[in-house]
Design a protein around this ligand. Structure first.
Ligand code: ASP
Length: 274
């Protein structure tokens, strides 16, 4: 039963919790187990009654802490050798938090999460770090790693809890071979992520193409305002809105059912539902 119908009828019904996560557009089956580890953490939180926000953030932290991913600890160096991290979170009840270009912040998703209940949505650079310091977020050098070829390995998680809340968390060090100060899709609403009570979508891959297409919002719109299902909407988005040969992947989760993923490269993704 749709959340709105449930509300109209005054019916107290539990939603089946679920989570879907990806490990970037391209790194393939070698990273499957790592993504499944994050799913496991989120599933445990959801099974014990935790919120979608907690599940999405904690699963994202697992991926940020895993050095094989281009997020948190494994963020790729910018052209000047710096590590500059972006992260975002959005919930289906209309809250957004995002951070841009954070240095010395191993878990930028935790800072983004703390913005959900603030008057401001987003923070960038030194200001973001000062704000994080005031709230006690860990400040530590981030190891980082050299940029690499075509494949991306940014991370994203979408969770749904038993109250029907959806939360979408994404985190990245940015596409390889980009200058300091470059901003990709991950912290930009509608580009790297979008969520409302009807669904949530998260994107990965070449941020410039994703942003130009406003990809997450448009795939979300396709799913929620046509008869297209989640997978077909993602397939439409990648084939119609992204130029051939540009690596992009998507995950999505609706108000019911399992999450799903689709990519034009070999994107590791996994899903669970309770
Ligand atoms: N989308 C990310 C960015 O452009 C990179 C990635 O997903 O691999 O910053």
């Amino acid at each position: 039963m749709r959340p709105i119908l449930r509300e109209l009828l005054g019916v107290e019904m539990m939603t089946v919790p679920a989570v879907v996560a990806h490990g970037g557009a391209g790194p393939g089956p070698d990273r499957q187990q790592n993504v499944e580890m994050a799913i496991k953490v989120a599933a445990e939180i959801l099974k014990s009654g935790g919120s979608a926000i907690e599940a999405a953030v904690e699963a994202c932290v697992v991926l940020e802490d895993d050095p094989v991913f281009n997020a948190g600890t494994g963020g790729v160096f910018r052209n000047d050798g710096s590590v500059s991290l972006d992260a975002s979170i959005q919930t289906s009840d209309g809250k957004i938090g995002f951070v841009i270009g954070m240095e010395e912040t191993p878990n930028p998703i935790r800072v983004a999460k703390d913005l959900l209940d603030e008057e401001i949505n987003g923070l960038a650079g030194i200001g973001a770090r000062i704000w994080a310091d005031q709230r006690g977020h860990i400040k530590a050098p981030v190891e980082g790693r050299p940029p690499h070829g075509g494949e991306g390995d940014t991370v994203g998680v979408i969770a749904r809890d038993s109250n029907g809340l959806l939360a979408c968390a994404t985190s990245t060090g940015g596409t390889s071979h980009r200058p300091a100060g470059r901003v990709g899709d991950v912290p930009l609403p509608g580009s790297g992520f979008w969520a409302n009570q009807k669904a949530s979508i998260a994107a990965t891959g070449v941020g410039e193409a994703i942003t130009t297409a406003l990809l997450s919002y448009r795939v979300h719109d396709r799913f929620t305002s046509s008869s297209s299902d989640l997978l077909s909407s993602m397939q439409w988005g990648i084939s119609e809105l992204i130029e051939a040969g540009v690596s992009v992947g998507l995950i999505g989760l609706g108000p019911e059912g399992e999450g799903t993923g689709f990519s034009n490269t070999d994107m590791p993704w996994a899903a669970w539902s309770g």
